[in-house]
Design a protein around this ligand. Structure first.
Ligand code: ADP
Length: 173
C-alpha cells in the first residue's frame, strides 16, 4: 500500500523523486511556491520550461488542470511536475474538476516516468484563492482515487506551508 503523509515544510528542500509546482500557464515562473522552486532550482529549470513552452501553444503553453514534467536543476528532487491550478471564481466555473485534474495528471505523469515518491504543495490555495478546506478535500480524495492507476508511486507527501492547511490535511489523513 502506498503511504500518504502530511508535513509542514518548504517543498524545495525535499529529497523525493518529484516535487509538484503550482505553476501558471506561461510556465515562466511566478510568485509563491513557483518562485521558490525556480529560485532554488536555478536557470536550468527555467530553460527547460522555455523549451517546453516554445513547443506548445504560444498563448497558453500549459492549460489549467494540465501538467508537464522537467528535470529539477539544482534541487535535491529528480523531477519537477508543473501543473496549473484553477483561479477560484466562486466554485461554479469548473474549479473542483480542474483542481482534481491537477492532482490526477501529476500522478499519471509520475507513473509514466517511473516516479516512486512525489510531493504536492497545496495547489491553488495561495494567490489563486481556492478555499483551503475544499482544496484539501479534493487533493486527498483525488490522490487516493488515482493511486491505483499509478502503481509505481509508493509515497505521496502533502507539503503544507501554513498551519491552517497543515491541520486541515492532518484531519483528512
Ligand atoms: P497558487 O497560485 O496555485 O495559489 P501559490 O504559490 O500562491 O500558488 O500557493 C500555493 C500554495 O503553496 C500555498 O498554500 C502556499 O502557502 C504554498 N507555498 C508557498 N511557498 C511554498 C514553499 N516554498 N513550499 C511549499 N509550499 C509553498
Amino acid at each position: 500500500m502506498p503511504t500518504l503523509e502530511t508535513i509542514l515544510s518548504d517543498i524545495t528542500t525535499l529529497t523525493v523523486d518529484a516535487i509538484v509546482n503550482a505553476a501558471n500557464s506561461s510556465l515562466m515562473g511566478g510568485g509563491g511556491v513557483d518562485g521558490a522552486i525556480h529560485a532554488a532550482a536555478g536557470s536550468e529549470l527555467l530553460n527547460e520550461c522555455i523549451k517546453i513552452a516554445h513547443s506548445r501553444r504560444p498563448n497558453e503553453p500549459c492549460s489549467t488542470g494540465d501538467a508537464v514534467i522537467t528535470g529539477a536543476g539544482k534541487l535535491p528532487a529528480k523531477y519537477v511536475i508543473h501543473t496549473v491550478g484553477p483561479v477560484w471564481r466562486g466554485g461554479t466555473k469548473g474549479e473542483p474538476e480542474l483542481l482534481a485534474s491537477c492532482y490526477r495528471k501529476s500522478l499519471l505523469l509520475a507513473q509514466e516516468n517511473g516516479i516512486e515518491s512525489i510531493a504536492f504543495p497545496n495547489i491553488s490555495t495561495g494567490v489563486y484563492g481556492y478555499p483551503k478546506e475544499k482544496a484539501a478535500e479534493i487533493a486527498v480524495n483525488t490522490v487516493r482515487h488515482t493511486l491505483n492507476e499509478a502503481p509505481c508511486v509508493n509515497k505521496v507527501i502533502f507539503v503544507c506551508f501554513d498551519h491552517e492547511n497543515f491541520s486541515l490535511y492532518k484531519s483528512k489523513m
